[in-house]
Design a protein around this ligand. Sequence first.
Ligand code: DI6
Length: 399
Amino acid sequence: MNSMWDSLWVNVNLATMAGPGYGAIEDGAIAIVGGRIAWVGKRSDLPSATARETRDGNGFWMTPGLIDCHTHLVFGGERWREFALRLEGASYEEIARAGGGILATVAATRAADEESLFASAAKRLRPFLAEGVTTVEVKSGYGLDLESELKMLRVARRLGRELPVSVRTTFLGAHAVPPEYRGRQGDYVDLVVREMVPAVAAEGLADAVDAFCEGIAFTVEETERVFAAAKAAGLPVKLHADQLSDSGAAALAATYEALSADHLECTTEAGVEAMAAAGTVAVLLPGANYFLRETRRPPVELFRKHGVPMAIASNCNPGSSPALSLLLMLSMACTLFRLTPEEALAGVTCNAAKALGFDDRGVLTPGRRADLVLWDVAHPAELSYWIGGNPCREVVRSP
Ligand code: DI6
């Protein structure tokens, strides 16, 4: 063989995430052509192709670029006062019902211009990028009127153009009922369904549609209307499901072949079975569990039993998870939810890719995007082990 590779990494251990045991290849090599992985294997099996550039991995571990598949990164203001109130005993729901919570952030986001929303979101995004995140999902849902929702989605798209990260956007108009529709929830759902979903789809600003199906948010029937509108607009769906109570939301998500159902602290076995049958990914958000001091846990044993893939995400948002570290979420997924370190890493690579509908990333195999991270660790389990610190030494991102 005499083909030419753009670059070749040697002296590197690979956690390919394509197979059990991290899909590990010790003393491996990985070659890149045109931003795609061209060859992966043992260094001893390297074919005799030449490379324009050969890189020494220093004996470190390499993983796929990390994927944060559930964030609310774009928002105005912050909510540290609520944190203090909750520490004094107020519940998340009580604060929301009193007009705080999501609606407080809606007011701040509506008031903010696009430039300042971009600046604050970019500031929050940078620590993720420094930790090897190469793909991030960003939701709207703090605008709750058409113009403000479009503004959030435009800012999210701009993050992907101006920072070294792929951005997937999700329209979350059904996140809360805005103040001007108080007492007229059905009218607001009409607005979401008739105007917002079609407009967002027409402008090409959303890759998926999400909703918050919960006692303090939208009912199963209202969520179904939003999902039907999404399907009509040709957009896949995701769902904030069973976070604070079991409303059968996970099963609803499965009925609509949702890419993912997220949170799931209160999901029952029937919901898990439905997700398994539909191929819906369970996105677990340990940051919210920790920050809200929630004691219920997502049914991890049932996800394993029924073969539902589990992803992990930061859920970065000002109210329930002001998290700026995806690696910390790996640690929390293990300590709080009892995932294994291998499951946690799969949760931010191959399974997070599935949760976003990607089949071109999340594993190190030929043909996939060359989104790669080099870590100064002796074993990939260390990525879930350290609390704080950042062993990321280099990020390679496919253009
Ligand atoms: N569940 C959450 O944890 C976030 N959204 C949702 O539906 C919280 C958003 C917030 O409190 O601002």
